[in-house]
Design a binder for this molecule. Structure first.
Ligand code: FPP
Length: 244
């Protein structure tokens, strides 16, 4: 499918967020280890991004590792970090061929130096591309994002660049991790849960939320189009709020 040949009608969300949930349950279903679920989930993400890029989508933000995920057992944390590292390296190896951009959001200071370097390299290699922008949230928490933005605004106040009374949403928007992107119009969560789980809290103020029972490793671009159909119906029903 190419640009202008989309499976759904406009309005088309420019920025979509996905909470990729259900890797563990998927693995259990096939009597596999949780790690196998995460590996299948990484593969699902690769295919989805490829399909979305071909279809002309602009921005996808995915929740790969939350600030709370460090509390999982050491083996699983290490596996997830290794998988993310491998995933980033694959994109580095293919960066010359593709037109996709990758950025990482979250507090990367807690990641290994090696992973931080790979991320910086990939961001730099893809910065000037014109395809889909994939934002990967790693060691990301919505509250932490807001705290870091508030700190940055406070630093401007302390430096005399900004008066306390002048602080507005615009200043938080400037420093929030996804800046300068528009907020996600649609946030999808797989595996049936109905929570945001600390994902893009500030940016989700007006996002439509869509939950599907599909477990993340089974998620296909056709499921994304189903979500967008729902989004479009809701937009039509509540038309007038957006852009008014
Ligand atoms: C939730 O499933 C998923 C995660 C905690 C990690 C998401 C990671 C991936 C999809 C793969 C790695 C990502 C990249 C960018 C390579 P869960 O383990 O909580 O599932 P469960 O609720 O069924 O146990």
């Amino acid at each position: 499918m190419g640009k202008g040949d989309r499976a759904v009608s406009a309005p088309f969300p420019r920025h979509i967020g996905i909470i990729m949930d259900g890797n563990g349950r998927w693995a259990k279903k096939f009597l596999l280890k949780r790690e196998a679920g995460h590996r299948a989930g990484a593969q699902t993400l690769r295919k989805l991004v490829e399909g979305m890029n071909e279809a002309g989508f602009e921005v996808l933000t995915v929740y790969a590792f939350s600030t709370e995920n460090w509390t999982r057992d050491d083996g699983e944390v290490a596996y997830l970090m290794g998988l993310i590292s491998e995933y980033i390296q694959q994109y580095i190896d293919e960066a010359d061929k593709g037109n996709g951009r990758v950025r990482v959001i979250g507090d990367r200071s807690r990641l290994s130096v090696d992973l931080q370097q790979r991320i910086a390299m990939l961001e730099q290699m893809t910065a000037d591309k014109n395809g889909i922008l994939l934002n990967i949230a790693i060691n990301y928490g919505g509250r932490d994002d807001i705290v870091r933005a508030v700190r940055a605004v406070a630093a401007d106040v302390a430096a005399g660049k900004l008066a306390l009374g002048e602080i507005s949403e615009r200043h938080i928007n400037e420093y929030i991790d996804t800046a300068p992107l528009p907020d996600p119009e649609l946030i999808i969560r797989t595996s049936g849960e109905m929570r945001l789980s600390n994902f893009l809290l500030w940016q989700a103020a007006y996002s439509e939320f869509y939950a599907t029972p599909i477990l993340w490793p089974d998620f296909k671009i056709s499921h994304l189009y189903e979500a967008i159909e729902h989004y479009n119906k809701r937009q039509r029903r509540f038309g007038g709020r957006k852009g008014s």
